[in-house]
Design a protein around this ligand. Sequence first.
Ligand SMILES: Cc1cc2nc3c(=O)[nH]c(=O)nc-3n(C[C@H](O)[C@H](O)[C@H](O)COP(=O)(O)OP(=O)(O)OC[C@H]3O[C@@H](n4cnc5c(N)ncnc54)[C@H](O)[C@@H]3O)c2cc1C
Length: 445
Amino acid sequence: MKIAILGGGISGTALARMLAADGHQVQVLEQAERAGGLCKSRRYGEFTFDEAGGHILFSKDQKVLDWQLARCGGEAGTVKTVRNTRIRWHDRWVPYPFENGVGHLTKDAIVDCLKGYIEAHVQRRLGVPCPTNFRDWILWRMGDGFARHFMVPYNEKIWKCDLATMSSGWVAGRVPEAPIEDILRSAIGIDTAGYTHQSVFWFPREGGFETLVRGTVQGGGFALRCGHSVRNVRRTGDHFAVDGEAFDLVVNTVPLPLIEPAFEGIPEAVRADIRALKPIALINLMIGVKLDEPLPDLSWIYLPFAEQGPTNRVTYFSNYSPNNAPAGHGSFLAEVTHRGELRPDREWLQNVVAALDRAGILRRDQVVLTEWCNNDFAYIDQNLEFSSRVGRVRAWFDQSGYITFGRFGRYEYHNSDQCVGRAMEVHQHIRAIAASGGPARPTFR
Ligand SMILES: Cc1cc2nc3c(=O)[nH]c(=O)nc-3n(C[C@H](O)[C@H](O)[C@H](O)COP(=O)(O)OP(=O)(O)OC[C@H]3O[C@@H](n4cnc5c(N)ncnc54)[C@H](O)[C@@H]3O)c2cc1C
């Protein structure tokens, strides 16, 4: 088949590689000057930075992890790191996840957290149902101590909204429940670990996270047309056309609100739903420092409090690979979310860096480089209407004969490994279409 894939991020390029290996004629149409999307990296002198905040290679799915590592040159082409993450909790460094680090708080805060956690645990045992909004979910799941001391300030900082206006649906499966024994152990000073599937991770030795996409494109056997912003997509009977060129199948991975105007035939109500799927944007500060001693052995840290500035997370980026910064230097990525309103200037950047200095993360006098990059589509606005809206949008696409997937191509809030996992599913689905041979196509979900 001749297949068009819209968007050359990891979703589009991974699928293209899989389809090309089956002998299909595949074209990836990408608006930017090169493939990569949110996985892109860039260089400033001898510094390499990721554009959309700190990215790591990890997966719960071994098949997907192996696929990703192979694209990055395997063990030799990657650096393996034991995750070491912290929360900058006032003047303390509290291990992450917060529940497992509770023993590192002040005594008063430990009591607040334990009391709330036990009360919440008992309430759940008594059958209090899972709340539908995120704020109440935090209280239901973790109690008011954990809520007050970390979960609410941190989440308000990242989501930039009242948490009662957010759905709780998206956290299921994302935030594993810490066993109460672990919380009690941690509270009396016995270390416990959480999120074990992420306890080690990999990062490309050279070229930043974008190496994953470059390795997917290289030898991929498909045509990649960059600088091509898709303007028109239509279906007539069993035929598809993209910007006037005929295809047997069209797969979209472009963020839906960006590609919606190009698609003919979408009903007005579905268009309105797509336009209402608002993203959360991300400013990523790329900071280079000259060091007189190595950076602490940290992977990334969370900054929950307003006095730490607008940054919600800092990645110790030169710890991911020694090639991310020149000798004698280190680098950080500082992530600041916004809802489209933020227009950084030099003064703003300096203020963010000054706040990181006050929070004890870096020393301002060591900073030799500060750049920034905006990503309009970073996180999904998980408001209370999101689930029903996106359900209607997916339902329309799934019966339309088009296939749409990807972080914002289907609004599934996936990491790159899950995008690759979904590409594997789409690949199987297209095999089923090819095998069916006729117009009665199986439906992708
Ligand atoms: C802050 C942050 C941290 C993350 N951390 C991790 C992590 O640690 N590990 C991990 O695996 N994942 C991580 N992710 C997720 C990861 O970045 C995404 O899952 C993945 O990059 C999404 O790929 P995609 O191809 O679905 O979408 P995108 O990368 O968004 O690709 C879509 C492509 O469509 C193109 N496009 C737009 N308009 C058009 C048009 N009109 N015509 C043609 N092309 C167009 C864009 O240029 C883009 O290249 C993180 C994401 C964020 C925001």
